[in-house]
Design a protein around this ligand. Structure first.
Ligand code: PEP
Ligand code: MG
Length: 552
């Protein structure tokens, strides 16, 4: 913590970019569900069950509306998370089992439900496992919604006041972010929560600035009410001076992101001196596609395919289920080019149970290493993708390639599966386009060799920074060392772009740096001509490009 002329500056972890200036509202997370508990008469049991069913259907209705809102706004991650909550409400544990418990215990619905959920949470809670913890946050979220319908007197907080300020809380649950609208909630500050938490994904998709790893007690004790939240750098400034406010207001104006601007945009993006820049999109959900078509985006530079199945155990997702989804994706994307990145699982994305018990998972069996070792997953996915390739303009991208052996092993396997499918009678495109993510320094160093075997490259700076600077990308304690524009990273980008140009192999950037307009000029100066960005940030990136003169 530093103090400058009455200002208190706190350094946290940037989770969702953007700047907010406003009044802080500390939200006290009330974990306790206080509900009436009483016996019911035999003849009232069906009535009680009816009351419970009504609360279930109202909760479902709320969530469907929330999901529709997300889809309209183009927040695909949010829609996926809310869909999972809708599914929870259909779980027989919450339908049949609660009904039976009401019948058997002859107690009121809210007390039966509360006891059931509290036992469930107590039984499963494991703070040391972030995935289980996240899932239980979803369960608590759904439970709180349902309880509010059963017993409207119980409420966790004053939602009205929460909605017009910078919301500060120990931890966020998904529905707080889901129900927040930019312009009402100006920003989030929390003490715990990483960049891949559901709440974080939703905040990002709504472009609400979010900083975590800030001690809430320090905020409370500071006595300040006015704060600046800088989601780009993870700083929070309490009691900012007039000069600081005015400096941040200027930054804020330059960054204001309005998603609907995308509808009006022309497809071609040129700098002031007429250089054409290829602006592509990173997409993880079908719901973004319509919006991108309206925005005349011609290429989806990164589909994180593992995100399409985020809420599932991957071993249960078969070839046909994958094929149907990839096919639909390609059909909906019309004539856009689509780059499907093969499953990037492992490390912080533990989507397969029973594996990944590694001491150092970020350096372990993740991404292409995992697929090469566990061929069942590789074969299922690649067969599904290849079969779907007949329905669109598809490119295949390999994640986390480190050396030539790995690249050749993966390519050979894909080509063998391709030939096998043709022999099985599938009508597939003859030639495949196979590219690599550039995420490991070893790839950059050997790029002039590796490029001979690739059709395109995409620089994944999120991991490249992690592996170059030896900084865990999801560890809040080292976040101040995670410099996405570190000179070493910029040099690497320049080097890869140069090699790509010489070899006439297209190179783009799909890491988060591409979505940060603070660095657009720098990247273009280094020779970058293709940026694949999160849809939310495309208008800001296009605006930045159109204001750049590469001659100066
Ligand atoms: C990256 O590493 O920059 C990237 C785009 O991949 P992910 O963020 O999914 O690891
Ligand atoms: Mg990566």
């Amino acid at each position: 913590m530093t103090s400058v002329c009455g200002e208190i500056r706190l350094q946290g972890v940037p989770i969702s970019s953007g700047i907010a200036i406003g009044v802080i509202q500390v939200f006290h997370h009330n974990e306790e569900w206080i509900v009436p508990e009483y016996e019911i008469l035999e003849e009232h049991i069906e009535l009680e069950i009816g009351r419970y069913k009504l609360a279930l259907s109202k909760s479902q209705q709320n969530l469907v509306e929330l999901k529709d809102l997300f889809q309209e706004e183009g927040g695909s991650e949010g829609a996926t998370i809310i869909e999972a909550q809708i599914q929870m409400l259909n779980d027989p544990l919450l339908t049949i089992e609660i009904e039976e418990k009401i019948r058997a215990s002859r107690r009121n619905a809210e007390s039966v439900f509360k006891t059931f959920i509290s036992d469930y949470i107590r039984f499963f809670d494991d703070e040391s496992d972030p995935e289980i913890h996240q899932r239980l946050l979803d369960v608590k979220d759904v439970a709180a919604r349902l309880l509010k319908h059963l017993y409207p007197e119980w409420t966790q907080h004053d939602e009205k006041s929460l909605m017009q300020s910078i919301v500060c809380s120990y931890e966020l649950i998904p529905s707080h972010t889901a129900e927040a609208t930019l312009g009402e909630v100006q920003a989030f500050i929390t003490e715990i929560g990483g960049g891949t938490s559901h709440a974080a994904l939703i905040a990002k998709s709504k472009a609400i600035p979010y900083v975590s790893n800030i001690k809430i007690d320090v905020l409370k004790e500071s006595g300040g009410s006015m704060v600046i939240v800088d989601g780009n750098y993870g700083s929070v400034i309490i009691n900012p001076s007039k000069a600081t406010i005015s400096m941040y207001q200027t930054k804020q104006r330059g960054q204001s992101v309005r998603f609907d601007v995308m509808k009006e945009d022309e497809s071609e993006v040129r700098t002031l001196d007429g250089t054409v820049i290829d602006v592509q999109a990173n997409v993880q959900d079908l719901t973004d596609l319509d919006l991108l078509k309206r925005a005349k985006i011609k290429k989806i530079g990164l589909v994180r395919t593992e995100f399409l199945f985020m809420r599932k155990e991957l071993e249960n997702v078969g070839e046909n289920e994958q094929y149907q989804l990839y096919k639909k994706f390609l059909q909906l994307s019309g004539n856009m080019q689509v780059v499907f990145r093969l499953f990037d699982i492992g490390s912080d994305k533990k989507m397969v149970s029973g594996v990944h018990q590694e001491p150092n998972p970020a350096l372990g069996e993740r991404s292409i290493r995992f697929l090469l070792k566990h061929r069942k997953f590789f074969s299922t996915q690649i067969r599904a993708i290849l079969k779907a390739s007949a329905f669109g303009n598809l490119h295949i991208m390999l994640p986390l390639v480190t050396d030539m052996n790995e690249l050749m092993e993966a390519k050979t396997y894909i080509l063998e599966e391709h030939s096998k499918l043709i022999r099985e009678g599938f009508d597939l495109p003859e030639r495949l386009s196979i590219g690599c993510m550039v995420e490991v320094p070893a790839f950059v160093i050997m790029c002039d060799e590796l490029i001979k075997e690739t059709d395109f490259l995409s620089i994944g700076t999120n991991d490249l920074v992690q592996y170059t600077l030896a900084v865990d990308r999801s560890n809040p304690l080292t976040s101040n060392r995670y410099g996405e524009a570190h000179p070493s990273i910029l040099r690497m980008i320049e080097q890869v772009v140069k090699i790509g140009k010489k070899a006439k192999v297209p190179v783009s950037i799909c890491g988060e740096i591409a979505s940060n307009s603070d660095y657009t000029k720098k990247l273009l100066d280094l020779g970058v001509r293709a940026l694949s960005c999160s849809p939310r940030y495309i208008p800001a990136i296009k605006r930045a490009i159109r204001s750049i003169d590469l001659q100066n």
